[in-house]
Design a binder for this molecule. Structure first.
Ligand code: GDP
Length: 470
């Protein structure tokens, strides 16, 4: 009894020093990373997941919710005081207000703690009362994972790759033109450095708008609070034997500072502490954009997934004390498709990441592919057209606000029908057309205890968290 009291006091004492959050020291914590490229759907996913964990009426696929084992869920102060809080309330108000709109997308890392009071099952169920499980959700741009590649590259190696890429990508000619007549060995002048970094960023913006997402440095388009700082004011230059104080030497120094002061801290402070990960992918958007976008997405995914195979990188291997043991790859916005096509979207998602998965099984992590919609903006409809039944979805168009029924095209049964032409470098799909329409979020009338409507958010949560809620 006495020992128990001492141990308890000690535990709480340490708790008081390390954290402001009461009672969290002994409670299990799950750190769930949510990532994906820009506009993949991270913000909407986190908002909808948290809303549906707070009100679990639409979560039958999450066993712990269905059985009633989750007795309560509540938001708490997060454990990391210096990380911005995910603006859950603002985003939820946007999605569920009287005139719903899509919230602002992820631009930097943010965090939210949701605590669940869970009644244990099995041997302990009759003996102990409910325990608290903390879910720390960490939202971060997938683009930042691409930076893992630069850790192994010197400035000259990186610049050579970046300049080669610029030769073939939209907008690249504009940046290369800025280099004409430039002497990398000339003395550094800050306005010139800024103009070059700006021109390089403009090229990346153009390339991304054209569907290319495989680029570095990952922060140039999502700088967060680093916007305008010297650590992001550099650009690739051709090789030169430049003296100290020159533009080229300073760019090389800033590139190294970017690696040590931006990239490494992100991996150390955020990535290396994750237990579970969901990677969101706008596969439908890429299919709509055409074969080059699908091939770029496949390549980018392979690079992103490299981060989940720590053996690949020395720095990361040394860092990964814990390991991510479940990774879910989710094709988002599945509400653009009638459910009859969802298995095909899942198969495409699976094929997109299979390459990376086949090479290494993510150090034993369990992985799964799924098609989901974090917020369902459409309803389904079947109509007869020219004597044949057509499966449609209906929703409110983002532009103009009109209701429209929509047929996005027929996804192939075999994902190779998309991935092979993409790999071969085809410019357009040969015999198919895939459309995407931007729907506004639907106006909702939620009953008490019900979260916003979704597709398979409950199955996603069950895969990511279910085993920890037993
Ligand atoms: P982020 O950049 O990854 O944070 O992406 P967001 O979560 O902001 O999503 C980008 C856009 O994708 C949104 O503004 C919506 O237009 C669309 N979107 C995201 N999730 C869904 C969904 O579940 N259904 C539909 N129809 N659209 C979605």
């Amino acid at each position: 009894m006495v020992i128990g009291t001492i141990a308890d006091t000690l535990g709480r004492g340490i708790e008081g020093v390390t954290s402001t959050v009461a009672e969290s020291f002994l409670d299990p914590v799950i750190r769930l990373g949510v990532t994906g490229l820009s506009r993949a759907g991270k913000t909407v996913f986190i908002t909808a997941l948290v809303a549906n964990l707070l009100d679990r009426g639409r979560m039958p696929g999450l066993a712990a919710a269905q059985s009633g084992r989750i007795q309560a869920a509540f938001l708490q102060p997060q454990p990391d005081d210096t990380v911005p809080r995910f603006e859950f309330e603002t985003h939820l108000a946007a999605l569920t207000g009287p005139a719903p709109f899509w919230p602002e997308s992820t631009r930097q890392v943010s965090e939210l703690r949701l605590s669940l009071r869970v009644q244990p099952t099995g041997l302990l169920s009759g003996l102990s009362g409910p325990r608290t499980v903390h879910l720390d959700i960490v939202d971060y741009p997938g683009e930042w994972l691409l930076d893992l590649a630069v850790l192994d590259q010197s400035y000259d190696q990186w610049a050579a790759d970046a300049l080669a890429q610029a030769k073939t990508r939209p907008g690249g000619a504009g940046y290369l033109a800025c280099l004409a007549g430039l002497d990398p060995a000339a003395r550094l002048q800050e306005p010139r450095a800024q103009a070059l970094a700006k021109a390089y960023t403009e090229y990346l913006t153009t390339a991304r708008a054209a569907g290319f997402s495989d680029y570095t440095p990952g922060r140039f388009l999502l700088p967060g609070e680093l916007e305008g700082s010297p650590v992001l004011t550099f650009a690739p230059l051709p090789p030169s034997a430049a003296p100290r104080g020159s533009l080229a030497r300073e760019f090389a120094r800033r590139y190294e500072a970017y690696k040590s002061q931006v990239v490494k801290p992100f991996f150390r402070n955020h990535f290396a502490r994750l237990d579970r990960q969901i990677v969101l992918v706008d596969a439908l958007g890429a299919i709509h954009s055409g074969p080059p976008a699908v091939e770029d997405l496949r390549r980018t995914m392979a690079h992103i997934l490299g981060a989940f195979r720590p053996g690949r990188n020395r720095f990361l291997t040394a860092l990964m004390g814990r390991r991510i043991d479940r990774i879910l790859f989710a094709a988002t916005k599945a509400d653009h498709l009638h459910h009859s096509q969802h298995p095909k979207l899942t198969a495409i998602m699976d094929a997109l990441v299979r390459d990376a998965r086949d090479r290494a099984d993510f150090a034993g992590a369990q992985t799964r592919a799924m098609a989901i919609a974090a917020l369902r903006a459409t309803v389904e409809e079947t109509r007869t057209h020219d004597g044949a039944e057509v499966d449609l979805v209906r929703g409110t168009l983002l532009e103009g606000g009109k209701q429209a029924a929509f047929y996005p095209g027929d996804l192939p049964e075999d994902p190779k029908a998309l991935l092979v032409p993409a790999r071969q470098g085809d410019a357009t799909w040969l015999d198919a057309d895939f459309d995407v329409m931007r729907f506004a979020p639907a106006r909702l009338a939620l009953k008490p205890g019900e979260g916003p409507p979704h597709i398979r958010l409950d199955s996603a949560a069950d895969f990511l968290l279910g085993d920890k809620l037993r």
